[in-house]
Write a protein that binds this ligand. Structure first.
Ligand SMILES: C[S@@+](CC[C@H](N)C(=O)[O-])C[C@H]1O[C@@H](n2cnc3c(N)ncnc32)[C@H](O)[C@@H]1O
Length: 256
């Protein structure tokens, strides 16, 4: 997959930063010393951590150079490192691992969550938020367009859709034996979008990326036109022309 685009992601910064704010509100730590924001992106979630824990050492970790550049420009006092979460191990004295909107991208994310939790000291917290929206029309249409166009046999496109998240019970059984306390919940957001086309713009910064990155410029345009046509048919304007993007998300806060 091509590098993530910080600029595209930040077009909806306010909406994208609401879930990490809600996640952080449930983290039961008062004075952590070392906090790591894994999949920190352009630093929007890292900034929340730095504001809540001004005395802590805050580290942002991401695999994308573009995201890390943006994050460094934004937060000069935090340290940012390039690493792949799949193979990275936290320092043994880490108090908080914060993972907002990233774990859903990793193959075998359940195994990685357990490994990360096991690496924390007693009292350490793993806080996770993942979109649980693969059955929403906006995501179903991505799969449909991927299967319908001239790109249908491209192996990268065939592999571009995310799997459904497992149900909360799976995370409970996986993590509870390793922690003293676990809190798992869903929230459904209804993001107000300026138009149906804005939904396409939103997903160009996230789940459309794996579909678009294997395509050349002309095929990308075709893909986006076919996708937007389906979006326009399904997401109807409200009385003021705006549309609501329904967006279910899964949250987990596990205390070691
Ligand atoms: C949707 S953004 C989340 C950004 C930010 N945490 C937030 O709350 O909005 C996901 C980020 O995860 C990063 N990412 C994806 N897979 C990764 C991996 N295996 N290791 C490290 N970072 C990864 C991407 O580069 C991207 O910046």
């Amino acid at each position: 997959m091509e590098d993530w685009s910080a600029q595209q992601y930040l077009k909806f910064e306010d909406e994208r930063t609401r879930p990490p704010r809600d996640l952080l509100a449930q983290v039961p730590l008062q004075q952590p010393k070392l906090v790591v924001d894994i999949g920190c992106g352009p630093g929007n979630s890292t900034e929340l951590l730095a504001e809540r824990y001004p005395e802590a050492e805050i580290v942002g970790l991401d695999s994308s150079p573009d995201m890390l550049n943006k994050a460094r420009e934004r937060l000069s006092k935090c340290e940012f490192v390039q690493a792949d979460i799949a193979t990275w191990t936290p320092a043994p004295h880490t108090d908080l691992l914060f993972a907002n909107a990233v774990m859903q991208w990793l193959p075998d994310h359940t195994g990685i969550l357990r490994r990360l939790l096991e690496a924390l000291p007693k009292g350490g917290v793993l806080a996770v938020q993942m979109p649980d929206n693969t059955r929403e029309p906006a995501l179903v249409f991505q799969r449909e367009v991927g299967e319908e166009g001239p790109w249908a046999n491209d192996p990268e496109i065939k592999d571009a859709a995310r799997d459904d998240l497992p149900p909360p019970e799976v995370y409970y059984d996986l993590l509870k034996s390793t922690c003293s306390r676990i809190d798992i919940w869903h929230s459904v957001y209804n993001h107000v979008m300026a138009s149906p086309q804005a939904i396409t713009e939103w997903f160009k910064g996230s789940s459309l990326q794996p579909f678009l990155s294997p395509l050349d410029a002309k095929a990308r345009e075709m893909f986006l036109a076919a996708y937007t046509k389906k979006i326009v048919g399904a997401y109807k304007p409200r009385f003021d022309g705006k549309v609501l993007l329904r967006f279910p998300r899964l949250f987990i806060v596990a205390v070691r």
